[in-house]
Design a protein around this ligand. Structure first.
Ligand code: PDD
Length: 275
């Protein structure tokens, strides 16, 4: 990561975190990950809208307008010379004497952000391994909360079995990946879980749906089963960091050697537009 950190309107190389910072003690906060390409933030408005929704759901004041947010994040990207990579942004309820209930409304929230640079802009990934696991997370997955233990444990299990992602399910219904959204293709139709409280409505997910519709494909946002996933023509996952990643191996079973045709088409469309 780059060493200059944005903290509540200032830039510092040595930020401090109070032991009673609520993000730190309770995970009482939210975050966003925004991609940077050629020195520009991508989908900034969408990320800001989601940041606002997450904060509103938790009754956290973030103190930004869209204009001040965009200005601050662009300044951070510029000051850290981030050409390609991402910005991590976290907003918490701030620091107060430890008590689960909200502190006094005068408590100032904390926003910090930093950038991570990649050597080059992301390219379209050609393969991906996933395992299926029970979704043990809470019932407000639509909030981009700092509480990520369900995702951490799932990703670790995937990692220990040599996979890149854990595709989660609730009683056999596929929800999403531990840090990605999940799509399957059958007969040219794209299927993905509806954007309700059981998934995070990914910015990449929303853009992929738009691209598929523009290319004349039907998109079905309805719950589907693990069996449907296992028997699909194509499977892919999406996120800001991985873009569109084909799942070519599922539960150690090889599905295909190369990304499917709609997966490739969407990857190309995504690369061609902005990513
Ligand atoms: N993860 N679902 C979950 C549970 C996620 O954590 C993410 C993003 C997504 C994809 O959302 P988007 O397309 O807006 O990145 C879906 C981020 C990248 C992370 O935790 O690093």
């Amino acid at each position: 990561r780059n060493s200059l950190i944005y903290v509540n309107g200032t830039f510092t190389e040595q930020p401090t975190i109070d032991v009673e910072e609520r993000g730190f003690q309770f995970g009482d906060g939210i975050y966003e990950v925004v991609a940077v390409k050629a020195g520009r933030l991508l989908f900034t408005r969408d990320h800001f809208n989601r940041l606002e929704n997450s904060c509103a759901a938790l009754r956290i004041q973030h103190g930004f307008t869209y204009q001040t947010f965009e200005k601050a994040m662009n300044e951070l990207v510029e000051k850290t010379h981030c050409e390609n990579g991402m910005v991590y942004i976290q907003v918490t309820r701030g620091t107060a004497s430890r008590n689960h209930a909200f502190p006094s409304p005068t408590t100032v929230g904390c926003c910090y952000a930093y950038t991570m640079s990649n050597a080059s802009s992301a390219h379209a990934l050609q393969e991906g391994k996933a395992i299926t696991l029970a979704d043990i997370r809470w019932l407000r997955c639509d909030i981009k909360s700092l509480n990520l233990l369900g995702s951490v444990l799932a990703k670790q299990e995937a990692s220990e079995s040599g996979a890149d992602e854990a595709i989660l399910h609730r009683e056999g219904i596929v929800t999403e990946g531990s840090s990605t959204n999940v799509f399957v293709v059958n007969d040219g139709i794209l299927y993905t879980h509806p954007a309700n409280h059981l998934i995070l409505n990914g910015i990449t997910r929303q853009y992929v749906i738009k691209l598929a519709k523009e290319a004349g494909h039907q998109v079905v946002e309805e719950p589907f089963s693990i069996q449907f996933l296992e028997q699909a023509d194509e499977v892919f996952i999406t996120s800001t960091t991985q873009r569109i990643r084909p799942i070519t191996t599922l539960n150690a079973k090889k599905l295909t050697d190369a990304p499917g045709s709609l997966t490739s088409k969407l990857q190309q469309a995504l690369q061609a537009t902005i990513l």
